[in-house]
Design a protein around this ligand. Structure first.
Ligand code: ATP
Ligand code: MG
Length: 435
């Protein structure tokens, strides 16, 4: 039934895989904090104007990919296609730049883009991102890049390449844009329709066109690094030196551009490469992209403040991990399932379950009124690690048998207030022997 089909390009994160998301998010939060970044949470939608200004009128995101709704006929709002614009809006509106600078914030949020869906390209996806505001210095760039690098390494993603570039400042770009126009002009008729209009409005964006023909033509294009002014060039040299000191390996890729007036100097991407068995070709996917945008805060109405950040696609991170055979976390399993036989036993199981839960143990008992066999079947289906049957005999003796469902091992235990603590010891020991 169509009603039961989720919208194209969206995903359900089911209980079986939510443990991985939780582990990933925990890890991101802990790592960000080590670098001094604290969490910010911003609205899911903002005024449309914020994104057209903050992301840029000439970008694909603003021109084709935004989900915009009009509300009460007068205002238009857009579901956030990325995290930076809303975050900077919140930082400015709440005066966070009046606090000690640099200000460091991170976010974990969903983004919405009306894209052609395919593997790794969704219409609702999740990003972890950071923004640092208040430092023009290349050591800030190195710090932000090293945070992304530490996340990627420690989480265990392999074959990720860091590519960096500098796109200079509006000054260096003037000459470069002219050189690009002159280069692409003779190829005008071969360019895709998007690039034909980019040639006039924003020629740097031709360099990251995904159309194969434009891509080929772009290969011979002039490179921005040859057009950098002294200041931008020194900035880039210092960044490379700092990355070297941190032992971070990178390649320089003159084709990475952001191509907007307020993006300046450093731009970077972390790219994974893997072999697509079906199509028999090598594929690359950007898992993280970022850079410096010294003009953005002013563009959005704040005092001129240098800033930079990155956005990391979480579905792409998990997808890459899975392709490489890594699972971040297994779904949680019930630690102990009580199997009561009869009304009195049910009451005892109710109390025991409650006392174990208070000690943080994942404990369940029957809430359906099933018989012994059906309960054991249920315990088995949900993968309960231990079970304990309680009937009249157990109530009388005040003792019951704890069964390890995997090894079959049985231990007799007292059904008194010491049970939670003794069970916790057994449960931990069992976990340790498995590891
Ligand atoms: P791409 O070139 O792949 O379209 P982008 O330049 O549009 O990426 P950014 O706006 O820089 O991407 O977003 C940061 C990160 O978010 C990307 O590097 C990617 O990991 C992820 N991302 C972007 N768009 C999507 C999407 N539609 N589905 C899933 N992840 C995405
Ligand atoms: Mg895109």
């Amino acid at each position: 039934m169509e009603l039961l089909e989720r919208p194209q390009g969206t995903e359900d994160i089911l209980p079986a895989s939510s443990a991985e998301w939780i582990a990933l998010e925990d890890f991101l939060r802990r790592t960000a904090l080590c670098f001094g970044f604290r969490e910010i949470r911003v609205p899911t939608f903002e005024k449309t104007e914020l994104f057209s200004r903050g992301v840029g009128e000439t970008t694909d995101v603003v021109q084709k990919e935004m989900y915009t709704v009009s509300s009460s006929g007068t205002h238009t709002f857009t579901l956030r296609p990325e995290g930076t614009a809303g975050t900077i809006r919140a930082v400015l509106q709440n005066g966070l730049l009046n606090e000690a600078l640099p200000q460091r914030v991170y976010y974990i949020l969903s983004c919405f883009r009306h894209e052609n869906t395919q593997k790794g390209r969704l219409r609702e996806f999740h990003q972890f991102g950071v923004e640092m505001a208040g430092s023009p210095n290349p050591s800030a760039d190195a710090e932000v890049i090293s945070l992304a690098k530490q996340i990627i390494d420690d989480i265990g993603v392999k074959n990720v390449e860091l590519r960096i570039n500098s796109i200079g400042c509006p000054e260096c770009r003037k000459k470069y844009q002219e050189a690009l126009k002159a280069y692409f002009q003779p190829h005008h008729d071969t360019l895709c329709p998007d690039c034909k209009s980019r040639l006039e409005r924003n020629p740097m964006r031709l360099l990251d066109c995904k159309n194969e023909k434009c891509h080929q033509i772009g290969k011979g294009a002039p490179e921005i690094l040859d057009y950098l002014c002294d200041d931008c060039s020194q900035h880039f040299e210092k960044l490379k030196r700092n990355l070297g000191l941190l032992g971070i390996v990178y390649t320089i890729d003159p084709r990475i551009v952001r191509g907007l007036d307020y993006y300046t100097k450093t731009v970077f991407e972390f790219v994974t490469t893997h072999y697509n068995e079906k199509e028999k070709k090598q594929e690359t996917l950007t898992v993280c992209g970022g850079g410096r945008y010294d003009g953005l805060i002013e563009q959005l109405g704040g005092q001129p403040t240098p800033a930079l950040g990155f956005g990391m696609g979480l579905e792409r991170m998990l997808m890459t991990l899975h392709q490489q055979g890594v699972t971040l976390a297994e779904p949680s399993k019930c630690d102990i399932y009580f199997v009561p036989m009869g009304e009195k036993a049910e009451e005892k199981a109710l109390q025991l379950t409650a006392s174990l839960r208070k000690d943080g143990i994942f404990a369940l008992t029957d809430v359906v009124g099933r018989g012994l066999r059906a309960q054991m079947k249920y315990a088995d289906k949900i993968g309960a690690r231990f079970t304990m049957v309680i009937g009249d005999n157990e109530l009388e003796s005040g003792e019951a048998v704890l069964k390890n469902m995997q090894t079959g091992e049985k231990i007799t235990m007292k059904l008194d207030e010491t049970l939670p603590e003794r069970f916790a010891d057994i449960e931990i020991a069992d976990r340790l022997t498995k590891e």
